[in-house]
Design a protein around this ligand. Structure first.
Ligand code: 13P
Length: 254
């Protein structure tokens, strides 16, 4: 089954509005064949609406995503942003369950599951992140950890709703460290994730769901990763901050 690759930029807490717009205005003129690849950018919240306006004005096919949402619709939650608010900025995606959210903001699988349901209700698409820590990999429990995160995060999500979700496998030890999982290790984990989705849902959904790899993806390693049967794209942190590097990653097919 041919799944359309998705190359996603997670800018994390980088770039103000001016820098975000500068980046987009440079990126939009790059020669990218959007029939071969979907490209998504997840800037900080503040840049969503200004970028949306430029994306629309330029009829750009780039997808816009937030990096998080809160699990409530509205109310006294100072500093938080709801799924509907993100949607109102023109974003069509949100990243959820990133390991930095899990680690620094104590997000559990149960919280990720609540957020996921709010995102689905707001008709957002989701990049759901899972991944093991280095001690877990060394202890030989990487598969158990990742598959458990997956099962718990997807609790109660229906067959129809799962169509809104892409999974991102991001081994925590590979994020921002320059250490990439070998393409074989990544492929093996992606294969396990796909099998788990087949068990939780069905074979068709398992075959069609996109599973991205994240963790020190760069122009030098994207091609090898993308050659693997079960790697359908990348969630890129550091290297996505640079227009030229991200463009090289997005044009891995060339
Ligand atoms: P790096 O590409 O900087 O390792 O970050 C990966 C990541 O966390 C993307 O969400």
């Amino acid at each position: 089954m041919k799944r359309k690759p998705l190359i996603a930029a997670n800018w994390k807490m980088n770039k103000g509005i001016g820098e975000s717009l500068d980046y987009f205005l440079k990126f939009k003129d790059k020669n990218i064949d959007y029939s071969q690849v979907d490209v998504l950018i997840a800037p900080p919240y503040i840049s969503l609406y200004p970028m949306y306006k430029e994306i629309k004005a330029n009829k750009s096919p780039i997808f816009l995503s937030s990096q998080n949402i809160y699990m409530k619709d509205e109310g006294a939650y100072t500093g938080e942003i709801s799924a509907a608010m993100v949607k109102s900025c023109g974003a069509t995606y949100t990243i959820l369950g990133h390991s930095e959210r899990r680690e620094y903001f104590n997000e559990t699988d149960e919280i990720v599951n609540m957020k996921l349901k709010k995102a689905i209700s707001a008709e957002l698409n989701i990049i759901l992140c899972v991944g093991e820590r280095d001690i877990e990999r060394e202890a030989g429990v990487a598969y158990e950890v990742v598959l458990s995160q997956l099962g718990k995060s997807l609790m109660g999500v229906t067959e129809e709703e799962i169509e809104r979700i892409a999974i991102a496998y991001e081994p925590v030890w590979a994020i921002g460290t320059g250490k990439t999982a070998s393409s074989e290790d990544a492929e093996a984990m992606h294969n396990e994730i796909r099998k788990k989705i087949e068990i939780l849902y069905n074979k068709t959904i398992g075959e069609s769901i996109r599973i991205l790899y994240g963790g020190s993806v760069k122009p030098e390693n994207i091609r090898e990763l993308m050659q693997k049967e079960n790697i359908d794209g990348a969630l890129v942190g550091g290297a996505s901050l640079d227009v030229e590097k991200f463009c090289k990653i997005a044009t891995f097919y060339a």
